[in-house]
Structure formats: structure tokens, C-alpha cells
Design a protein around this ligand. Structure first.
Ligand SMILES: Cc1ncc(COP(=O)(O)O)c(C=O)c1O
Length: 381
């Protein structure tokens, strides 16, 4: 019987290999660069840690199980995962991407992919007609973030997957914001799922990691070849930290969500708040798609305040909530997307997205909700 998500999180992959016979409950950390060969032309299955490492393989199997994939690849960072994935494409290829992406991914596409002869068109993918209009003869993939960062727009994954099949290109989804606990893009027809494991998977604001997951054997083979050649794999110790973080993924996601629902409701009533962007709100314009493709709403809330002065005041006055630019960890963080995550997005494009001096983004942590809200209240004055 297939184990449920909570059980996979705590107990590890179903195919956990008995790599030692001590009965260790915690998966061992194989802190080694190389593995000794039993004889000439013989291998234990492990030769060199850039290629294979048992601790990294276990975290890869767990993430693959959580995303319902065939296998996963674990990277040192989320950006290492995106960069490696981009090596599947060749000069002359064209990709279509969500316009409202994590700024680092936009930077990679606009400054590095372009140099490699790969062109990326950005569009509002929440309107499938925009994707359809952007398709060219040389289009090889669509890259989505849903919900988007930071505007929380939703793209219908199954609809884009159908379009991708029809046109012979692949669908890649960055699933960092909802985590595999609340959304499984492969089950909706995506071909590759990407995670910044630094966020909800690790969950404690203490470790960088990235993952690619696929359910297609041909894509997996290509990615493994690029992966072992480029390097960038997750270290054994960090693999173990992510494994430990994942043990509480289900509990944390539930609490992140409970707190975020409350924070979003509080913000909605505050006179200095003009707009709240949270996919758990009843008035989210894509409620129907959210209910169809997500199992929950997660902990990311963006909001617009009445002025730049208010925004800056909040960032300077928060005491419990950290003014910091990551997300998905136990501690609540607040970010100024304009100056942080989206600093490299050209100003006109950034403004058109709604990322201006009045927009703040919060990663709601798992502290007591009354303490988080009290901190926001005092910071807003
Ligand atoms: C949605 C999303 N994808 C990818 C990344 C990149 O991940 P990393 O910082 O682990 O390289 C981030 C980082 O903030 C992110 O928010």
C-alpha cells in the first residue's frame, strides 16, 4: 500500500535502502567524498559523492515520493536546480515563463540563458490565452510558478499541461510556495517539478537546497547526465538536514496555513492596508482553480499598504517578525520585494506586475498567531 504523505515525511522513502545494519532510526550521514572499490572493475554502487551518495539518495527518494515522481535530484540550492534544468535546452530553443517569477529565476533567464542562445518570453500565465499566443515553432517548455511570487496569481496547471502535450513541449512548475504537501504538479500533468528546498522542505531557515523531480524516464536520464557532469549536488550533511526538516513538513504546513489565514484576515481589516493577496481568501479571483489543484493555501501572504512611508515603517519596526528575504521557515519573515527578491527585474516590468514601494510580502511562520498579529499591529501604528 502506498504510504500517506505524513508517513513518508516521518519514515522516509518506501525504497529506503538498508545501507548499514545498525538499525539506526535517523538516516546516517555519509560524509565522504569517495568510496573504496572492492576490486578492479567492481563498485559498491557508490564511487564518488558528486555522482552518488546514500544520504542524498534518501532525500531524493523522499522528495520524489512526496511529489509522486519517478525520482528526484538534490542540489546545493534552488538556483543550482534551475540552472541545471536549463542545460536540457540548446541554442535556438524558446521557453515561455510566468512574468511574476522569483527574481533570481528571471535574472537567470534574462542574463544567462539568453547568452546561451535560449530565449524566454514572459507572460501572465494565469490567462492560458497568453501562453497560447506566445507559442512558437521552437517553443520547448513552459515554466510556471503558481501561486506567483509575490502577487499570488494562479495558473491552471492541468490546462497548461494539456496545451503542452498538444504542442509537443514540456511543462515545468516551481512548486516552492505550496510544497508537495499542498500541491503535486506531476499529478496534474507537469513533467518537471522544481523546489527551492531552502524553503518549506528544509523549513527552518538554516539550510540551502534545491530539487528537480520528474515522472518521465527520458527526462530523468537527461537530467542525471547533466547533474553528474556539472556538479552542484547537495552535500551529505545538508541532505540530512533537509531529511530532518521534512519529518515535520505536514505539521508545519498546517500551522503555517492556520496562521496565514488569520494574518490575512487581520490585514484585511487594517485601515492602512489597501489589498491582501492570499490564495486562502474567499475573494481570490481564481478560487475555482485553487480548489481544483491545491490541497491547501500555504503560508505566503502579500499586502499593499497606503504609502511607502507605512511600508518602510513596518519593516523598521517589526520586532518578532524578521525583516529578511527568504520564506518557508519556522520563523515569520517579511520582505520588501521591490528591493529584495525583485531588485533585478527591470523597473517598468516590476511596476506593471504591481511590485512597487507599497507592496510587502510575508512568510507567515509557526509562532503563536496572536504574537505575529500583535507585532504587525504595533509596527503599523
Ligand atoms: C519560488 C522560488 N524558486 C526558487 C528560488 C531559488 O532558490 P534558492 O534560494 O534555494 O537558490 C527561490 C528563492 O527564494 C524561490 O523563492
Amino acid at each position: 500500500m502506498n504510504r500517506r504523505t505524513e508517513t513518508v515525511c516521518v519514515r522516509g522513502s518506501q525504497s529506503r535502502k538498508a545501507v548499514d545494519n545498525t538499525g539506526s532510526i535517523s538516516f546516517p550521514i555519509y560524509q565522504t567524498a569517495a568510496f573504496a572499490h572492492p576490486g578492479i572493475a567492481q563498485s559498491t554502487g557508490y564511487d564518488y559523492s558528486r555522482l552518488q551518495n546514500p544520504t542524498r539518495e534518501e532525500v531524493e527518494r523522499v522528495v520524489a515520493d512526496l511529489e509522486k515522481g519517478l525520482d528526484a535530484l538534490a542540489f546545493a540550492t534552488g538556483m543550482a536546480a534551475v540552472s541545471t534544468m536549463m542545460e536540457m535546452f540548446v541554442p535556438g530553443d524558446h521557453l515561455i515563463a510566468t512574468e511574476d517569477l522569483y527574481g533570481g529565476t528571471t535574472r537567470l533567464f534574462q542574463h544567462i540563458s539568453v547568452k546561451n542562445g535560449i530565449e524566454v518570453s514572459f507572460t501572465d500565465t494565469s490567462q492560458i490565452s497568453n501562453i497560447r499566443a506566445a507559442v512558437r515553432e521552437n517553443t520547448r517548455a513552459v515554466f510556471l510558478e503558481t501561486p506567483t511570487n509575490p502577487m499570488m496569481k494562479i495558473t491552471d496547471i492541468a490546462a497548461v499541461a494539456a496545451l503542452a502535450k498538444e504542442n509537443g513541449f514540456i511543462l515545468i512548475v516551481d512548486n516552492t510556495f505550496l510544497s508537495p504537501y499542498f500541491q503535486n504538479p506531476l499529478t496534474l500533468g507537469a513533467d518537471i517539478v522544481l523546489h527551492s528546498g531552502t524553503k518549506y522542505l528544509g523549513g527552518h531557515n538554516d539550510t540551502l537546497a534545491g530539487f528537480l523531480v520528474t515522472d518521465k524516464a527520458d527526462i530523468l536520464e537527461k537530467l542525471r547526465f547533466i547533474y553528474k557532469t556539472i556538479g552542484g549536488g547537495l552535500s551529505p550533511l545538508d541532505s540530512w538536514l533537509i531529511l530532518r526538516g521534512i519529518k515535520t513538513l505536514a505539521l508545519r504546513m498546517e500551522r503555517h496555513q492556520e496562521n496565514a489565514v488569520r494574518v490575512a484576515a487581520f490585514l484585511k481589516t487594517h485601515p492602512k492596508v489597501k489589498e491582501v493577496y492570499y490564495i486562502g481568501r474567499e475573494d481570490h479571483p481564481d478560487k475555482e482553480i485553487i480548489n481544483k489543484q491545491c490541497k491547501g493555501y500555504g503560508g505566503m501572504v502579500s499586502f499593499r499598504v497606503d504609502s511607502e512611508v507605512t511600508a518602510r515603517q513596518i519593516l523598521e519596526r517589526v520586532r518578532l517578525i524578521y525583516f529578511a528575504e527568504s520564506l518557508g521557515g519556522t520563523e515569520s519573515l517579511i520582505t520588501y520585494p521591490m528591493l529584495q527578491t525583485h531588485a533585478d527585474v527591470p523597473e517598468a516590468a516590476r511596476r506593471a506586475l504591481g511590485v512597487d514601494e507599497t507592496l510587502l510580502r510575508m512568510s507567515v511562520g509557526i509562532e503563536h498567531h496572536e504574537d505575529i498579529i500583535a507585532d504587525l499591529k504595533q509596527a503599523m501604528g
